[in-house]
Write a protein that binds this ligand. Structure first.
Ligand code: CTP
Ligand code: CA
Length: 225
């Protein structure tokens, strides 16, 4: 019983997590997306739930089943994810942005299927999507803890430290997505936890262990409040 009580260290906390990829439609049947599986985000949701939190996931399209007590809000586009987060983020204590949000979307979405007839080339004009994490960082309520992720293929630490600052996050979980056993699709991850105070390199571990480490870190902030 003691162990159970001690492990409920997020009891009474509300946790919001964005997870998975987004889909940016060109026409009713085609979209631009990315390789995100959502595994990291759902591992975070399950870890928070086991530790006693009330958990909501705003999820792009993924193939994952989870506990019925974890609330899942399904979205497809970055724009939908942005609006959902905006609507509800104020109610949460801990916000984790693990979604692989598309940075750009097609400038216009064709109402009908785009036909190839009379066309040898097709250029798609893209416009920037809103930065969901930055919006919350810029508008955060005192006491809210914000965790972002950072996918990089070069200058991982420097670029991630820059994201920590510009997005006003408390912690950035950085990963080099080209490294084997890290990033998309796989069950493991190799990350560096970057905060104002320190840089912590973690060895290759399962995504649920990474989730555990992230909440251990978040707890050090909760304890200081
Ligand atoms: N993010 C977000 N909304 C976006 C883009 C990114 O909330 N429109 C979040 C991601 O969920 C992640 C963090 O911002 O937590 C960093 O995402 P990343 O793609 O690594 O960095 P960007 O800021 O998008 O910059 P770039 O892709 O150019 O490196
Ligand atoms: Ca990006």
């Amino acid at each position: 019983i003691e162990k159970l009580l001690c492990s409920q260290d997020l009891a009474g906390k509300k946790v919001l997590i964005t997870a998975g990829p987004t889909r940016e439609y060109l026409d009713p049947i085609r979209f631009i997306s990315n390789r995100s599986s959502g595994k990291m985000g759902y591992a975070l949701a399950e870890e928070a739930y086991k530790r006693g939190a009330k958990v909501t996931v705003i999820s792009g399209p993924v193939n994952i089943n989870t506990y019925a007590d974890i609330e899942i809000i399904n979205v497809q586009t970055a724009f939908q994810m942005y609006h959902k987060v905006k609507d509800i983020y104020m109610q949460y204590d801990i916000l984790i942005f693990s979604a692989a949000v598309a940075d750009y979307r097609p400038k216009s979405v064709s109402e009908n299927k785009i036909k190839k007839e009379n066309r040898d080339e097709l250029a798609i004009e893209l416009v920037k999507n809103p930065d969901i994490l930055k919006f919350v960082g810029d508008n955060k309520k005192p006491g809210q803890i914000i965790v972002g992720f950072s996918a990089e293929t070069e200058n991982v630490i420097e670029n991630s430290q820059e994201k920590l600052k510009t997005k006003n996050a408390d912690l950035i979980v950085a990963n080099n997505v080209l490294e084997e056993g890290a990033g998309f699709d796989v069950d493991t991850n190799i990350v560096t936890l970057i905060s104002k105070e320190k840089i912590e390199n973690l060895p290759k571990m399962s995504k649920s262990e990474v989730a555990e480490r992230i909440f251990d870190h978040v707890l050090t902030y909760l304890c200081k409040m």
